[in-house]
Each structure stands twice: as structure tokens, then as C-alpha cells.
Design a protein around this ligand. Structure first.
Ligand code: C2E
Ligand code: MG
Ligand code: MG
Ligand code: MG
Length: 292
């Protein structure tokens, strides 16, 4: 270790770094085991059309580790992305989704399921091997799925980004930008890539009904106007209050997603929710709340 006036800082830093490394390594090893087991599963969060009430869902990976407890995707996905583990995780997610679609055909009949695609998976061959081949194995087609990619994914290589998006859409997948608006050149992405839609980041949505901070409503209004002109479908994520729901619906946002409407839930809960709310699909806004 380097010696400075106060050497303990360096030693401390190093210890923290080592600890972090060990933690990451532990997680990586545990995750490797979890992939083979039921510890790694998928929850579904409904996305509800503001006009028709039609429900689509987003698949969100969940890890209920026996030895480590519940570990959120924000912790283990970044670690998985540093290795080929992310492909295994995605294959597990896609397989579970395909199993659920096959097991509950009624729920998924008219439902498009969104899958989050890591930037490291954004490659024709990888998608072909890890996603398309699994879907095919279950006799399903890409038009049942939407792929959510982040702005960060597209930032790295524009030409390759274009090609990959065209390839994916050519296969029949819908492709949307997740967490739209948080990167510094969001508008550029709308210009450069042909997409099906965008998901407005929850940081805008959650401030939209904040009386003091009125900028977000102007920004979201602008995004919606622009998206409409460009023929893009817009989903708002992170809707947590009734007033957010009302404002977004009145502004013409196509699809709404958030805890106020429904939390992510296991397939069994989704099944019961869809049974209880069979008029959900055609109902008014009031009947859309899935109280889980
Ligand atoms: P994301 O794709 O932007 O997903 C939205 C996140 O916000 C989810 O967190 C969801 O549970 C949460 N959320 C939904 N509604 C609300 C709300 O009203 N308020 C608040 N505060 N949060 C809400 P989750 O499931 O923990 O996932 C976090 C991130 O991890 C996801 O962000 C996505 O980037 C990544 N992720 C999740 N599942 C997968 C997966 O299967 N593959 C990959 N590559 N990434 C995944
Ligand atoms: Mg997402
Ligand atoms: Mg998002
Ligand atoms: Mg997000």
C-alpha cells in the first residue's frame, strides 16, 4: 500500500475494495448455482392502456436466494453483465416466460410480454441463440414479445445499433427504449433509430404532480407530442399516484405502468388477478387497479 501522511485511508480503501470484490464474487458464484434452480424466477408487472384498458406485461427477473435472501436485479444484473452469466440469466427468464405463456394461454393470448435486454446481449447472434431459439422451441413467435433496451445500449455504436434494431424488428419483435429521457442525447436516439416506442423514465413520471417542480410536466408534454408526431408508442413507468395517472391519461400517454396500478407479481398472482378482473380488459380506469 502507498504511504501517505494518513496511510490508514489507503488501507481502508483497499479493504473496502477487496470486500466489494469478494461480495461480487460470492454473488457471482451463488448466481451461477441459482440459474440451475427455481431461485431465479420472473415476476410480471402489468402495463395498462390508458384508453382501452388492454393489459400487456413486463417480465422482471427475481432472485430469492436461500443463502443470501432476496437480491434485487439492480444488484445482481450489473454483476451478471460483466460475464457470460447474463446470457444464462436471460435464457432462464425467457424460458420461464415461455413456460408461463404455454401454461396459461388465456392470460397471454392478447398480451405482449416485454423482456429487458442487457446492452451486452444486444447482438444478433446472441439474441438468436439465447432468445429466438428458446421462443421457437416453445412454438411461439417474436410478435408476442417486446424487447426493452436502454439508451446506454445504443450509445456505444450507432451503426451496429441500427442494424441490430432492424434485425430484431425484422424478426417481429417490438423494440422500445427503456428509461427514456435520462441520457443526455435522448432526442438523437429518436432521430437515428427506428423504434416501436419509448418508456418515459420514472424520474419524470414521479415529479409530474409535484406542485413546486413543474418542469417535468412540460418535459413529458413535449415528449408525448414529439412521440405522436414520430408515430411512437409511449409508456409511462413508475406511476405511483392517482394524480400522476390522471395527468398522464389526459396528456394522451398510451400505456401506464406503476405501483399505483399494480406491483410486479408472480405468475399465480397474475393468474388470479386476471380471473378476478375479467372485465379489466374493457373496463374503465377505476376497474383497472390490480390490488395485489
Ligand atoms: P426497468 O426495466 O426500468 O424496470 C422498472 C423497475 O421499476 C422495476 O424494478 C420495477 O419493479 C420498478 N417499478 C415499477 N413500478 C414502480 C413504481 O411505481 N415505483 C417505483 N419506485 N418503482 C417501480 P426491478 O424489478 O427491481 O428492476 C430494476 C431494473 O433491473 C429494471 O429496470 C431493469 O433494468 C433490470 N432488470 C429487471 N429484470 C431484468 C431482466 O430480466 N433482464 C435484464 N437484463 N434486466 C432486468
Ligand atoms: Mg424495463
Ligand atoms: Mg424502465
Ligand atoms: Mg428504470
Amino acid at each position: 500500500a502507498k504511504h501517505t501522511g494518513n496511510g490508514s485511508i489507503n488501507v481502508y480503501d483497499q479493504t473496502v475494495k477487496q470486500q466489494k470484490y469478494l461480495d461480487d464474487l460470492t454473488l457471482e458464484i451463488e448466481l451461477m448455482k441459482a440459474i440451475q434452480s427455481e431461485e431465479l424466477t420472473v415476476y410480471y408487472q402489468p402495463k395498462i392502456h390508458s384508453q382501452t384498458g388492454h393489459v400487456n406485461v413486463e417480465a422482471l427477473v427475481r432472485w430469492f436466494s436461500q443463502s443470501l435472501g432476496t437480491i434485487p436485479p439492480s444488484v445482481f444484473i450489473p454483476i451478471a453483465e460483466k460475464s457470460p452469466l447474463i446470457e444464462k440469466v436471460t435464457e432462464r427468464v425467457v424460458t420461464k416466460v415461455c413456460e408461463d405463456i404455454t401454461r396459461f394461454p388465456d392470460i397471454f393470448e392478447k398480451t405482449i410480454t416485454s423482456i429487458n435486454l442487457s446492452s451486452t446481449m444486444f447482438d444478433e447472434k446472441i439474441v438468436q441463440n439465447s432468445i429466438v431459439s428458446i421462443i421457437k422451441k416453445y412454438g411461439l413467435t417474436p410478435d408476442r414479445f417486446e424487447l426493452e433496451i436502454t439508451e446506454y445500449t445504443l450509445m456505444k455504436d450507432v451503426e451496429r445499433g441500427k442494424e441490430t434494431i432492424d434485425f430484431l424488428r425484422g424478426l417481429g419483435f417490438r423494440v422500445v427504449i427503456d428509461d427514456f429521457g435520462v441520457s443526455y442525447s435522448s432526442l438523437n436516439y429518436l432521430k437515428l433509430f427506428s423504434l416501436d416506442g419509448i418508456k418515459i423514465d420514472q424520474s419524470f413520471v414521479q415529479q409530474i404532480d409535484n406542485e413546486e417542480e413543474s418542469k417535468e410536466i412540460e418535459i413529458v408534454t413535449f415528449i408525448l407530442m414529439l412521440a405522436q408526431k414520430l408515430g411512437l408508442h409511449v409508456t409511462a413507468e413508475g406511476v405511483e399516484t392517482e394524480s400522476q395517472l390522471t395527468i398522464l391519461t389526459d396528456l394522451g400517454c398510451d400505456e401506464l405502468q406503476g405501483y399505483y396500478l399494480s406491483k410486479p407479481m408472480a405468475i399465480d398472482a397474475l393468474y388470479h388477478a386476471s380471473e378476478q378482473a375479467s372485465d379489466l380488459i374493457v373496463g374503465q380506469r377505476r376497474t383497472l387497479y390490480l390490488d395485489i
